[in-house]
Write a protein that binds this ligand. Sequence first.
Ligand code: FRU
Length: 450
Amino acid sequence: MPHLTRPRDFRPFIHYAPPGGWINDPNGLCWDGAQYHLFAQHHPDSLDWGPMHWIHAVSSDLYRWKDIGIALAPDPLGMIFSGSAVKDENGRLVCMFTHHGGTRDNPCEQQSIAYSADGARFEKFDGNPVIPNPGLPDFRDPRVLPNPFLGGWSAVIAAGDEARIYHSPDLIHWRQTGAFGKTQNQMGGVFECPDLFPLRAPDGSTIWALTVSVTQPRETGGSRAQVFLGEFDGLTFRETIPRDAPVMLDNGYDNYAQVTFSHADPPVALGWASSWTYANQLPTADYRGQMTIAKELSIVRTRFGPRIASKPVLPPLGKASPVEGKTALPGELFALDIDSDKPFEATLSNAKGEAFSFGVKNGAFYTDRARSGITGFSPYFSKPPYVRTETPRLFDPDSPIRMRLVFDRCIAELFSDGGAYTATVLVFPTIPYDAIELRGADGTLYTLNP
Ligand code: FRU
């Protein structure tokens, strides 16, 4: 039997992956009026996490990305950790990021800024840091946003197990105006990569979302992102929409640090399609780490109350073809729409017997990657809880199911119940899946033409 000595090429077609090296969190996501900017935590010299830079890419459509190169590199204040970007009143792109310095045992995290007049070359502000460390080991990932109530800017910063909110007239002078999360964080662990943005509800009202990423122990699911819905008054955030348990931004295990693009209306977001549990072992060949598809966000009413709804931003759909029995897939990049009024099972498979399945059973969505292909690179990837996801339906369990799958070589993204259900799942078939089978549902396949 031929032995797989080198990983095959899993580089996705419409998801951002770096030209080489390592990436994690999306940073500095920003619509500048002409194009979208995407930066990412990046280690150029290896496939593993290391001294963090910001790599930079731009796009006009959110699925074809052009690499620009490295925007920010480590300096005497430290590595360049996660952050965000806005366009200021002078038309400059301003990045706000964490300088991670100090020593390994005694790190020092503080917030700094950098400017770009041409959207390509960045100059760090010579008065950095703009927010010094307040005496906390974890103080990072500033999310800067225009403040629609007070003018000027707000920034939400992960500060241990809470998110602190600051205000500034000029992006340089900051004062703390609020804090959120100490008693609402039911997941434990420190907050990372917070985001704060307004969403339109179906009744026309505005609901503010505060989202945070949290890394839990590996055994209980690792890195996931959590959602709080409520009000922002320009100073602080209050959770006003009740919930019984933590609400996850994504029901899979492969979407971390999801944040929105500044100045995009309606909000558009993407995340890092990975998990800290096995990120350093993913079996990709010449790069490691990729982003999720971009998603337009809104609010949808569910049987559990209002939830964030996500709709994938896709290239034009090609010709539709029905799924009938075991049907050939149109390649490694496609969309699949499923309609069903009862439980169903969908299976993508290849000639080696590798398969990824998903569907609805007992009123719950599920995904299963136990036999999806290469799984042994991490002891966690194909074990519980990572191997199988299960999520109760967000709409009435007896209501018809409409689902969209977006598949791109090694990443499956599912959307259903008005977008309130999303699941991002990595799979690494040793040869491409080439067939789909549906039991209990009708399906339509579409090529995607980027
Ligand atoms: C989240 C994170 C951030 C930090 C960055 C470092 O994945 O841990 O909190 O800024 O990654 O690369």
